[in-house]
Design a protein around this ligand. Structure first.
Ligand code: HEC
Length: 322
């Protein structure tokens, strides 16, 4: 069949509109609008009610939920710029990140979209909710003054999208140091209690899961049992926010919610007996020498993995994609 000019143009246009990069730009646009609708900048960085409403909307933001990769990568943009996610970043369960990390920000409307060699990058202006109570943050970001500055002063979040999947996000290296900042000093504790409640309250399953999630109690018990046993092997010495083990893409286990992302990897590492690692920064012996002890840890890790899978599946959240 001979192709007429008109037919060729139609065919060409159709091919163009389905180009992956165009789809990613459309996706980025919808996400920017959804973020703004969920968490507008109210100019009140102390308002925890607004934060909780924002958290609820981000948790249920259907498009974002569908396109976020599991696990999701989050960290600070490196000093040289660019959008690398492979070092100095953390791995998170996507629901955990949307609900307790992303919700610490309010969003501006003046977004932009950039096309790099391999990604579509959505730049969204942010204002940090820097004046909430200390238990409203995923962990005491002020344990390191530079980290606290980075959250308070970063002007933008860069969301990185490839082929319809949002693989991670970075706080901009670009900072506005004229913004106000509340000073905190860290007492060396990752967790503490306040009026009988464990803090940070946002790191608990109560905060993450729906009130009627039937798996919440079992998940909490499984986490507590595993966490207590892991402590005897100093796992948390390295798998905590200060990253003493210098892991390139850290998973941390000191909090119930953040530990969820590691639920499959912990089983794999214990099974292969590769933790603590060889030649580690704390000079601990590699692996767990006592096989009955390792079996016990493995059982607790498997219980946590199953309970985590069930609790998240009940919420409709997807499983790890790789
Ligand atoms: C001395 C520090 C240290 C200790 C103690 C330690 N780890 Fe790790 N762990 C690391 C480092 C570093 C990596 C990254 C290894 C790599 O990238 O090759 C890692 C990786 C992991 C991973 C893969 C995901 C990730 O964070 O990259 C899991 C799961 C893990 N460790 C579990 C454990 C468990 C369970 C224990 C206790 C039995 C433990 N670790 C003890 C330093 C440590």
């Amino acid at each position: 069949m001979k192709l007429t000019y008109a037919m060729a143009t139609v065919a060409l246009t159709a091919a163009c509109t389905t180009k992956p990069a165009d789809r990613d730009v459309a996706l980025a646009t919808s996400i920017a609008k959804g973020l703004l609708a969920a968490c507008p900048d109210s100019d009140n960085p102390a308002d925890e009610t607004a934060r909780n409403q924002c958290a609820a909307k981000l948790t249920d933001f259907a498009l974002l939920r569908t396109v976020m990769r599991e696990p999701f990568i989050w960290g600070g943009q490196s000093a040289v710029g660019g959008y690398q996610l492979d070092t100095k970043t953390n791995k998170f369960n996507a629901r955990v990140w949307r609900r307790m990390y992303l919700s610490t920000f309010m969003f501006g409307s003046d977004y932009s979209i950039e096309q790099t060699a391999d990604s579509t990058v959505l730049h969204v202006p942010i204002m940090f909710r820097g004046a909430m109570s200390t238990g409203a943050y995923p962990y005491p970001f002020w344990h390191n003054p530079k980290k606290w500055d980075a959250y308070n002063y970063a002007t933008t979040i860069h969301f990185i999208i490839q082929n319809g999947v949002m693989i991670g996000a970075l706080r901009s290296i670009d900072q506005d140091k004229t913004r106000s900042k509340v000073d905190h000093s860290w007492d060396g504790l990752w967790r503490w209690r306040q009026a009988g409640v464990q803090m940070p309250y946002v790191s608990l399953y109560d905060y993450l899961l729906s009130k009627d999630n039937p798996h919440a109690v079992q998940l909490n018990e499984a986490y507590r049992a595993l966490e207590a046993r892991m402590r005897q092997h100093a796992c948390q010495a390295c798998h905590a926010p200060d990253n003493q083990g210098e892991s390139p893409q850290l998973e941390f286990f000191v909090y119930p919610n953040q530990a969820l992302t590691g639920r499959h990897d912990i089983v794999a590492q214990l099974d292969a007996n590769t933790m603590p690692p060889e030649d580690n920064t704390l000079r601990l012996p590699a692996g767990i020498a006592d096989s009955s002890e390792r079996d016990l840890l493995l059982k607790l890790a498997r219980d946590f993995e199953v309970a985590g899978d069930e609790a998240l599946a009940w919420e409709g959240d997807k499983k790890a994609q790789f």
